[in-house]
Write a protein that binds this ligand. Sequence first.
Ligand code: HEM
Length: 407
Amino acid sequence: MSRHDASPDIPLTFEPTDLEHAADPYALLASVRAGGPVRQLASGYWAVTGHAAALAALRHPRCGTSPIALRYLDGLPPGAARDEMSHRINFLDPPDHPRVRSIVAKAFTPRRIGELRPWIERRAEALLDELRDARDASGEVDVLARFAHQLPSLVISELLGVTVADRGRLTGWSDAVAPLLGVRVPPLVKQHAVAAAEEFHAYLSALLEERRRAPGDDLLSALLVAEEDGQRLARVELLSLAATLYSAGHRTTRDLFANGLSVLLRMPGALGRIAHGEWPVAAVVEEMLRHETPTLFVARVPLEPVTIGEAKVGAFEPLLVFLAAANRDPDAYEVPDEFRPGRNGPGALSFAFGAHFCLGAALARSEAEVMLSAFARRHADATLARSLRWHQRGPFRGLDELVVRLA
Ligand code: HEM
């Protein structure tokens, strides 16, 4: 009997919302995976936890996302939240998805991202100066609020042409809307998200009008004029995309850096190895992505019966692809719970895979590399000053704060 055959007939009591209360989501996910890489949960959802099975689901041409958009059309009142969620690029299937994605790719180019790098490096240094000055009498400071959050938020604001002073409000709105991406949304949280989306869209709507009147060299202006085969994005698509880019552009990048740094701070000498080039920074960022992914899961819905791994999944039975579990699958990685930069094994799935592979992956990697090398160079001897408090909003997992002691 292989380890995957353990109690194959017992329905799993695990539910994705259990992760919100788990002190260690990895132990919980490992126990789900021990019962097989693809298992149907008592609620009917399928949990995909093996790396090979996750890849198979993510690259399967008949595993789509458009039925998820319908869930929002049915479950949200008419208005901004419903418009945003039902037009989100990640809930589109062909023919809409390739159409929207290729228009975005025309505006959100590798060149635009490459050109930003020196600007990102300068901002990182300036923020680290401010971080040093913000230490209290015992040398403690919250790296999450003052650095990990600030840089990605400045970068996405610069990209989209959002005024720096407005960043706080936009972060608040996007944080309030994020739980809608979860599997079950409590009524009060939903109500809050719906209200936040109205304000968020009113803001973005005004910004779009401004860019239409007076285009700049920002991404929004480029998105307004980008077209494919003579077609441009519809207004509702543009608004949804602007909100998605703003949210996706800073929360996950902040969490990638902070989640990863929290691991490094618990490994004596790790920051020094980065500072001295013993651990190449790009390899450390790849391992941060694998080990502490900010996005725990993504969903896929089979548009017809499909086989994933050895499981036969019926049409429209939703699959939850646990990227966090796939990234630590012992069939794919040696001692998966250890943090080993430069390890062998397949690429982490933290940016997903296939048609919806993260559009901002190159930008996120670039920002994380800049933040990590600048921080390690200055603060190789930083230590963790407080115990860690984790939160989960929808599929996103991150820290509430990361208080460190700087020399
Ligand atoms: C560490 C940082 C990031 C992580 C872990 C991350 C993760 C992901 C994941 C898992 C998906 C796939 C969703 C799915 O398949 O259902 C995705 C899609 C996407 N991401 Fe990211 N992301 C990050 C940063 C960014 C940034 C910086 C941007 C933009 C500025 C961005 C924009 C997008 C967009 C637009 C999509 C939708 C692509 C599509 O559906 O075709 N992401 N991201």
